[in-house]
Write a protein that binds this ligand. Structure first.
Ligand code: FUC
Length: 350
């Protein structure tokens, strides 16, 4: 097998028809690569990442995210008992909002509920199921793609028309850089996140042998419905303490409090192929989730049978239900202000 030197690998970008929405709208797949051969595949449905291939030191490539081969599978996945939000961009508000209700400027906002009585991940039809538009794509020095979505005022009962811009960049240091920005026509709440299921051993295995670090000693206390109580829990020497590396848990669905400024948020390391992913973010929290499921109803890429241990999510974000917790960082975006969220997933092959 010919191993190309970096100088020979060109950055590329391609566009292909991925499928048609029920109303006939075309969904396109864009594939970018950087000079090291790192590859990213994005579809305009939900600004979803369907593939992220990393070059290893031994010249092999590994696809480190779960995904589906067809648009129909992505659409069907939202009809599962607990949709996995596979690789999706999540918004207008990632996480749960208690009783689908919050007050803003002394007005009671009642959202659509889609998780018992709560609103989860933007409601019944959140940003993950919307058709995004490609604004810009670069290959050459920088490999990046910018997508936009305009959320009408009143969509899922959120106030304000929200104009969202999202840029995925592959850096020459093999980072996947995700930058969000958003503006609104009237005061609203925003909390966006990325929902890839990562597996550094390839999407066909499980994550239980991979080592997790979460760089904090605190997480949010939650109710049985996974709604924050507003209290912070000290987690040192508990099952949730991943300050020192520990094997990935078989089940977790918790928001960790990132209060060590300018330090990394979390990391994942796979001893089998010496591949490491480190997560950096400007957000106050990272919600870590192992448990996504396709209920044996939908096959993954390459006909894979995904199960609750197939991948781990690092949903960097503001805290769930921040609009109902005055002691949480505010999730209010004022008219005329700008929401910004930057997250980096940095890959190193040792
Ligand atoms: C809810 C969240 C999880 C994950 C899942 C798809 O259960 O609590 O973190 O986002 O949805």
């Amino acid at each position: 097998m010919e191993i190309k030197r970096n100088s020979q690998i060109k950055t590329t970008s391609t566009k292909d028809l991925f499928g048609l929405m029920p109303d006939g709208t075309a969904i396109y797949a864009y594939e970018l690569s950087n000079k090291n051969g790192m590859k990213l595949k994005v579809i305009t449905y939900g600004a979803t990442i369907t593939k992220l291939e990393m070059p290893l030191k031994n010249g092999e490539m590994v696809d480190v995210v779960l995904g589906f081969d067809s648009l129909e599978s992505y659409i069907q996945s939202f009809n599962l008992p607990s949709p996995p939000y596979m690789g999706a961009t999540v918004g207008r508000y990632a996480g749960r909002i208690y009783k689908s209700t919050f007050s803003l400027n002394r007005k009671k906002i009642i959202l659509n509920k889609n998780d018992n009585d709560n609103s989860l991940h933007g409601g019944a039809i959140g940003f993950s199921q919307k058709v995004w538009t490609v604004k810009d794509i670069h290959s050459g020095k920088k490999s990046s793609i910018t997508l936009t979505y305009s959320s009408p005022a009143g969509e899922e009962n959120y106030p304000g028309k929200l104009e969202v811009e999202l840029t995925y960049t592959l850096s020459k240091e093999n980072e996947l850089i995700i930058e969000y920005s958003a503006k609104t026509t009237e005061d609203t709440v925003v909390n966006l996140t990325h929902h890839s299921y990562f597996n550094l051993d390839g999407h066909l295995s499980n994550v239980l042998d991979q080592e997790l670090i979460v760089n904090t000693h605190r997480m949010l206390e939650t109710s049985v419905e996974n709604i924050p109580t507003g209290r912070f829990l000290e987690i040192e020497n508990t099952d949730f303490d991943f300050f020192a590396p520990k094997k990935c848990p078989s089940k977790i669905d918790n928001t960790f409090v990132l209060d060590r400024k300018d330090e990394f948020a979390a990391s994942l390391f796979n001893k089998k192929n010496n591949l490491k992913m480190t997560v950096y973010t400007n957000q106050p929290g990272v919600h870590i989730y192992v448990g996504g499921n396709c209920f044996n109803a939908i096959k993954g890429k390459a006909n894979a049978d995904y199960h609750p241990l197939s991948g781990i999510c690092f949903e960097t974000q503001n805290y769930p239900d921040a609009p109902n917790n005055q002691n949480f960082p505010s999730a209010v975006l004022k008219k005329g202000a700008e929401y910004t969220h930057n997250t980096i997933y940095k890959f190193q092959s040792f």
